[in-house]
Write a protein of this length. Structure first.
Length: 315
């Protein structure tokens, strides 16, 4: 009833659907074939060919089942999957608590900015700055828990539970976030009241709000396209901003470490050298930006793989 026409430089292709699904004895209604009409035997299909094609598909299916039966089944498959689901769920809940807590405190403590009189504006500004200054004391326990638990990602990659590469995980978890959290913020009380802590924790939590649910659903074979897009897109502005906030935190901590001499290694020692920790932090700043570049490149490749155009397989 509705033929489909497609014109090329060489020919005109018209596709028509049969009124009844059965085999034709010939192509044309009249018994004698017109001289100008020739069948395309590359596309020709008769009953015997259809039976052979169906038989080949059945044999292919049987062979596939035989191959799968020969592969030894992992007895701990469900246990591993359950562990990964629980790990990603716990991390998602932890970072969700951090994000919601910081957001609510920011809006509630900053609501005085909406008042008209000058006094209310001043009070609102002070409350807003308080939401920055006491971020560490309010959020640090949960952040300690989540970032300590994140060390399991390195173990998961080492033992082959996940297919993620090991080096980006080590760079981000050990030499990135945990270094800033435990060495810089955890050891210096002067740094714990800095406003930069708010931005560090906020950028970290937003990124993980989409990463851990994506992995959790992947464990059970579910792909939600909006979540996939967010997981491989949100990091583009947040990852450089998070690295910049970490760099600001380290720069602000260098004078404090210089004054206190904390973590500095003086003489005498087995190496007989003096190692100033502020100098180590200056080297770490360079490594931080190199690490951001390495992880940015890795994440960009992942985004291109998951969100890029799919290549069609040629038959």
């Amino acid at each position: 009833p509705q033929p489909v026409c497609r014109m090329t430089q060489r020919q005109l292709n018209i596709t028509v659907q049969k009124k009844e699904s059965n085999w034709w004895e010939r192509l044309t209604k009249q018994e004698k074939r017109p001289l100008f009409l020739a069948p395309d035997f590359d596309r020709w299909l008769d009953e015997s060919d259809a039976e052979m094609e169906l038989k080949e598909k059945e044999e292919e299916k049987i062979n596939k089942m035989k191959i799968e039966s020969r592969v030894p089944k992992d007895p701990f498959k469900h246990l591993k999957k359950g562990y990964l689901i629980m790990y990603n769920l716990v991390q998602f809940l932890g970072f969700s608590w951090i994000f919601v807590n910081m957001t609510v405190r920011l809006f509630i403590l900053g609501k005085g900015n909406m008042e008209i009189n000058l006094f209310s504006k001043m009070v609102g500004f002070l409350c807003l700055t308080d939401s920055f200054y006491d971020t560490f004391h309010t959020i640090s326990d949960m952040m300690y828990f989540c970032q300590t638990l994140a060390l399991m990602e390195i173990m998961n990659s080492l033992i082959g539970l996940v297919r993620s590469p090991l080096i980006p995980s080590v760079v981000q978890v050990v030499f990135g976030r945990n270094f800033v959290l435990f060495v810089i913020l955890g050891s210096l009380e002067e740094m714990q009241s800095k406003p930069v802590v708010f931005f560090i924790f906020y950028f970290w939590s937003i990124t993980e709000l989409f990463r851990y649910p994506y992995y959790m659903l992947s464990c059970i074979g579910i792909e939600w396209k909006p979540l996939t897009w967010l997981r491989y897109t949100v990091w583009i502005p947040l990852y450089p901003l998070g690295g910049l906030a970490e760099a600001v935190c380290i720069v602000q901590s260098i004078p404090i470490f210089s004054e206190t001499g904390k973590f500095s290694l003086g003489l005498p020692n087995p190496l007989n050298v003096t190692i100033q920790f502020p100098f180590v932090l200056q080297i770490y700043l360079i490594a931080l930006f190199l690490g951001v570049f390495v992880n940015f490149r890795h994440l960009y490749k992942q985004r291109k793989h998951h969100l890029g155009p799919k290549k069609r397989k040629m038959k």
